[in-house]
Design a protein around this ligand. Structure first.
Ligand code: HEM
Length: 211
């Protein structure tokens, strides 16, 4: 893909991006209400998990702050218009995003240590750090197209926090998956997110025959 395409997205692409960000935003809102707000208000189904969250608060506070920063940085960082107009801010926020991912991954691993979900979280954290580091290296090498692609993969892992909680209110999903299935589930969500992003990144090549 030519870098000029990245700088001036077609109307169709920019409409797709708008619809995508609105859908992601609505999903965030849904998960925020059905998972995080209900966790705070002590919804009976979440009670045991709530006690665990309270016990883990010293790690969870930096973890949540880092995760929220990474989550909120996405819409601004992927906006072509914003990037063109405020390149310096894009660079600063990019550095903040990278630091947030590293903090989020390290605290995520620490939170899961000694628990059955540990292997799943390690896989998720590894994907998060690898994609983000690759995005950092490619931008340092001025490989902008590859930088954007690795950032899209990194953000897909950031978004697994949301996607893996969409079904939380469904009791069978929430509490009866079992330890092994939960760990496999986290890895499956991570791999599926990366696959979806890669299908999106190659959409034109997948749907257009070369002349
Ligand atoms: C948008 C990014 C993220 C945000 C805002 C975030 C925030 C939170 C919050 C608020 C909690 C406690 C409440 C809850 O479970 O809903 C939590 C738990 C946890 N997070 Fe994250 N997180 C993010 C991404 C990640 C990632 C990518 C990992 C993996 C490296 C991770 C690992 C964990 C672990 C292990 C726990 C506690 C145990 C559990 O879920 O059972 N988080 N996170």
């Amino acid at each position: 893909m030519a870098s000029s395409t990245l700088l001036a997205p077609s109307t169709g692409r920019s409409r797709f991006k708008t619809v995508l960000w609105i859908s992601l935003g609505l999903t965030v809102l849904f998960v925020f209400i059905t998972s995080e707000v209900l966790l705070v208000t002590d919804y009976p189904m979440y009670h045991a998990y709530r006690l665990q969250v309270i016990a883990d608060r010293q790690l969870l506070i930096p973890h949540t702050l880092a995760g929220v920063i990474a989550l909120l940085a996405g819409p601004l960082q992927f906006s072509s218009r914003f990037r063109q107009r405020h390149l310096q801010f894009h660079r600063v926020l990019g550095r903040i995003y990278v630091i947030s991912v590293f903090i989020g991954a390290a605290t995520g691993i620490a939170l899961a240590s000694g628990r059955p979900g540990f292997p799943g979280t390690c896989g998720q954290a590894a994907a998060w750090v690898v994609c983000t580091t690759a995005a950092l290296i490619t931008v340092r090498n001025r490989q902008i197209v590859q930088h954007r692609q690795w950032m899209a993969r990194s953000y897909a892992v950031t978004f697994t926090f949301i996607s893996s909680r969409v079904l939380n209110l469904w009791p069978r999903y929430w509490s009866h998956l079992g330890d092994t299935l939960s760990a496999v589930g986290v890895i499956a969500f991570t791999l599926a997110s990366l696959l979806i992003v890669d299908l999106g990144l190659n959409w034109r090549e997948l749907t257009t025959r070369r002349a």
